[in-house]
Design a protein around this ligand. Sequence first.
Ligand code: MRU
Length: 344
Amino acid sequence: MAINTIKWKNNRVILLDQRLLPDKEVYRSYRDYTKLALAIREMVIRGAPAIGVAAAMGVALGAHWVKGKNFDREVERTFTVFAKTRPTAVNLYWALERMRRVYAEKRSQGVDSVKRHLKEEAQRIFEEDIATNRLLGKFGAKLLKNGSHILTTCNAGALATAGYGTALGVIRAMKESGKQVDVLVNETRPYLQGARLTAWELKKDKIPVTLITDNMVGYVMQRNSLDAVIVGCDRVAANGDVANKIGTYMIAVLARKHKIPFYVACPTSTIDPKCPTGDGIPIEERDVREVTHFFGYPIAPRGIRVLNPAFDITHHELISAIITEKGIITPPYSQNLRAHVRHS
Ligand code: MRU
């Protein structure tokens, strides 16, 4: 079943509004790149690879609709605006870097040519992302036995990518290869990507899924009812530390305690060799109302002090393997990630 997270159509970017799922499937059309950038910040589209694709299409969109004489200054502005949307997922900067390279290489051919090349590059990033997910899915599926019970968190599915998904890509590939799989997803407070998005995607694909609250993870692990944990990620540091949705670290610690393999699935565009350890990964802090309110209804005393980091860091020692489109990376990560990136 195809989920159209994002697409380029008639020089506009179309997004499925993820804030309204699972209740309503509403598509929004963007012609103004500043509104598309706001849509990334406000989670109309989210998930590391999807953010990268949206930013790439956003630059192409900005360039296409430039008004006025100063084309170069306007395009430069689009790069700046998208770079400020969400700081943690490195796929955003990776995609902008690719767009910048095309811009630099093709600018001398004139405005019309560079606009066309930017659109083509954005479309390539989109298509490559789907192909990448399918490949990593196949590698991951081989790690897991028929009949596995798997826990995933947040949403690392078709909605978080150009399509198919990373962690959910592995689960989809298991099903396609004829393996039975049963998924557990925790709701993922405060934004509920697990309950609203992952449960929706898997149910649509007829993959068995059970929803639990975040504080039930220890209980299900204690009952011996899990074979593996698979999560997506927003950035992998050079030493193998991983940034992913807040709560991932807690799950990884529990998985280690219960001797359950903990896998991270991501494209190589999520690996950041320039970031030595997880300590260097910027963690996005989001609006406190995501914590103090539930669909607009206050659930905490007014004025209470609140923390709302959107991601946390899972130390590389807790990770059994990292699954990418190039294969499976196992410890020692410093060494093996370097070799993996060199060959990509
Ligand atoms: O805040 P979000 O919804 O953008 O966070 C998404 C995640 O943490 C995903 O697990 C990650 O981006 C990987 S998506 C393939």
